[in-house]
Design a protein around this ligand. Structure first.
Ligand SMILES: Cc1cc2nc3c(=O)[nH]c(=O)nc-3n(C[C@H](O)[C@H](O)[C@H](O)COP(=O)(O)O)c2cc1C
Length: 144
């Protein structure tokens, strides 16, 4: 059974709503999936999962500071211990820009994580279509 980890940050709730949909999708595929706030996630969480999905609001066309802080705190503990682990990402923005996802891709490349699927980007409150995309993302990662 796949063990999925969803790490996210949300201030206003939009990214959290997406994270819960990803979680629901992963669970519906029979995976074990844990949902962790970036401030509470540890290097061992990432080292111990089969695949990770990262969720962030778009802040100034970049990931939120809390997600960056997770990488900053844990980078050397994770480096060489997560090679080729599949990841995907999702983001909520005011206007739908994908800069936050690009910034996550750059760090994941440094960690030699393997991008499994293109991310989901949504503007503000996620629509039912966006939430369906999020569930699908969770399902797909669970089935790798
Ligand atoms: C500090 C800050 C910076 C932001 N920068 C951007 C930005 O550059 N581009 C954009 O489209 N939205 C920007 N936004 C809007 C948020 O990305 C958007 O409201 C998002 O839905 C918030 O997600 P949350 O509800 O999970 O916190 C910014 C919001 C904040 C608080």
């Amino acid at each position: 059974m796949a063990k999925l980890l969803i790490i996210y940050y949300s201030q206003g709730g939009n990214t959290e709503t997406m994270a819960k949909a990803v979680h629901e999708g992963a669970l519906s595929s029979g995976a074990t999936a844990s949902l962790k706030k970036a401030t509470e996630a540890t290097s061992n969480d990432l080292i111990g999962c089969d695949a990770v999905i990262l969720g962030t609001p778009n802040y100034f066309d970049y990931m939120a500071g809390a997600i960056k802080d997770f990488f900053d705190r844990n980078f050397y503990k994770m480096l060489n211990n997560v090679d080729n682990k599949p990841y995907a990402a999702f983001s909520s923005a005011g206007a739908g820009g994908k800069g936050a996802l690009d910034s996550i891709d750059r760090i994941c490349r440094s960690l030699r994580l393997k991008k499994a699927f293109e991310g989901v980007v949504a503007a503000r409150k996620p629509s039912s279509e966006v939430l369906e995309e999020c569930k699908e993302l969770g399902r797909k990662l669970a089935q790798l």
